[in-house]
Write a protein that binds this ligand. Structure first.
Ligand code: NDP
Ligand code: GDR
Length: 401
């Protein structure tokens, strides 16, 4: 008798988001049947997964979308009953920390109680033995309290939590209810405590993407200045493609456990700005302090600029000789050394800030065998290429993004 191999079935909430789109790709590549929950919106919200969805009739008959919302238990139960998933990845969330101060009750409902709704649905349907659950927990749980770092100066799986936003407080409920259901009902339910991870698909209002979009737009002559909040904040930034691989690994373990996923390095927002602009050959000089601080164009590497943008330029006070020969049939831009490219705007400050995040990936590296492929430089370059491509061609291809 031939044994038929079981095709694993996964359900992803938040499939239209940054992580959801990369995870759906990864699981499809691994041969899963992937179901995703998307929200009804008044305009299209599936840009990040359209390349998977468009293939519906050809390659990926295994990709199915369901309308739903984490605030609605009835539809969560119905979808889980219909799909009978082997694995659920609960990535759906109102994920913007600053916005969570404006809609704290909503965030509690989606990010906190939403996690409970998934766990309860699995229990109500009697799927505790079959369905493994991944909960998208976050480094925001730590709140960046310096006194809580471990002896090596990192946040790890044993660090106490001290959330500093309604988002962090909602996510702490999600964390503990996941752990509680694991202990109370013997469910395979795990938290991935993921530090910041970014990509060309990152939402436009998170700081990295805001910076790379602006650096690309400024270099292409489509924007004058980038306005930012706290330039001093330190973040442990990785690439989303690497981080979704860790999510999958967490659910493939023998025992359900919680894992920190991080790079172990931290960088100031200000330095991320410098790296993004460096991709187009711009060096920024900082002047002033606090709300008066500005980032000034100090120097342009013309060859780098041309290579990244495909444009020749006039740089006042700089030689254009090398570029005269390479000029393409494109309009010539003028930049003034000394012009202000970055300004601080206090509207982006948060009522309570997380000053520093740096995670300890030792457990995930040893137990999961997880290794990131991208370093920060690689991440910045990937994001800059994506945003320059948006300006140069009007689109970028998400499969490569
Ligand atoms: P995104 O903001 O890009 O995506 C969030 C997803 O959740 C979107 O698909 C969004 O739908 C969906 N969503 C929002 N509200 C609801 C709701 N009420 N019901 C159902 N779905 C909803 O986030 P990321 O992809 O960056 O993050 C994925 C998860 O990981 C989130 O839970 C986030 O909090 C967490 N996390 C993220 C980190 C990061 O650095 N990226 C780090 C640690 C944790 P729509 O497209 O319609 O808005
Ligand atoms: P974060 O990400 O709050 O860490 O949450 P975000 O990119 O929004 O902020 C990072 C740091 O940059 C500072 N900052 C600015 N932030 C934004 N958004 N816009 C600005 O103009 C700006 N200027 C400075 C912030 O003050 C902050 O210190 C992300 C989200 O993905 C969460 O869902 C996730 O849980 C955590 O990462 C880990």
């Amino acid at each position: 008798m031939t044994s038929k191999k079981h095709t694993k079935v996964a359900l992803i909430t938040g499939v239209t988001g940054q992580d959801g789109s990369y995870l759906a790709e990864l699981l499809l590549e691994k041969g899963y049947q992937v179901h995703g929950i998307k929200r009804r919106a008044s305009s299209f919200n599936t840009q990040r997964i359209d390349h998977l969805y468009q293939d519906l009739h050809e390659r990926h008959v295994n990709f199915v979308l369901h309308y739903g919302d984490l605030t609605d238990s009835t539809n969560i139960i119905r979808i889980i009953q219909e799909v009978q998933p082997d694995e659920i990845y609960n990535l759906g969330a109102m994920s913007h920390v600053k916005v969570s101060f404006d809609s704290p009750e909503y965030v509690a409902n989606v990010d906190g109680i939403g996690a409970l709704r998934i766990l309860e649905a699995v229990r109500i349907l009697g799927l505790e033995k079959k369905t493994r659950i991944y909960q998208a927990s976050t480094s925001e749980l730590y709140g960046g309290m310096p006194e809580n770092k471990n002896a090596q100066g990192f946040y790890d799986e044993n660090t106490p939590f001290y959330p500093r936003s309604p988002y962090g407080v909602a996510k702490i409920y999600g964390f503990w209810i996941t752990k509680n259901y694991r202990e109370a009902y013997n469910m395979f339910a795990c938290n991935g405590i993921l530090f910041n991870h970014e990509s060309p698909r990152r939402g436009e209002t998170f700081v990295t993407r805001k910076i790379t979009m602006a650096a690309a737009a400024i270099a292409m002559g489509k924007q004058d200045c980038l306005y930012l909040g706290n330039l001093e904040a330190l973040r442990d930034w990785g690439h989303a493609k690497d981080y979704v691989r860790a999510m999958w690994l967490i659910l493939q373990q023998e025992k359900p456990e919680d894992f920190v996923i991080a790079t172990g390095k931290t960088t100031k927002v200000r330095d991320f700005v410098q790296m993004a602009f460096a991709h187009v050959g711009f060096t920024i000089r900082w002047e002033g302090t606090g709300v008066d601080e500005v980032g000034i164009l100090d120097h342009i590497d013309e060859q780098k600029y041309f290579k990244a943008t495909g444009k020749a330029l006039n740089v006042k006070m700089l030689s254009v000789k090398s570029l005269n020969e390479a000029t393409v049939n494109d309009e010539r831009l003028t930049f003034n050394v000394g012009q202000v490219l970055v300004k601080v705007d206090p509207r982006y400050f948060r009522p309570t800030e997380v000053d520093l995040l740096i995670g300890d990936p030792t457990k995930s590296k040893t137990k999961l065998g997880w290794e990131p492929e991208y370093d920060l430089q690689g991440l910045v370059e990937d994001m800059m290429r994506g945003d320059l491509s948006l300006h140069r061609h009007g689109y970028f291809i998400p499969v490569n993004g």
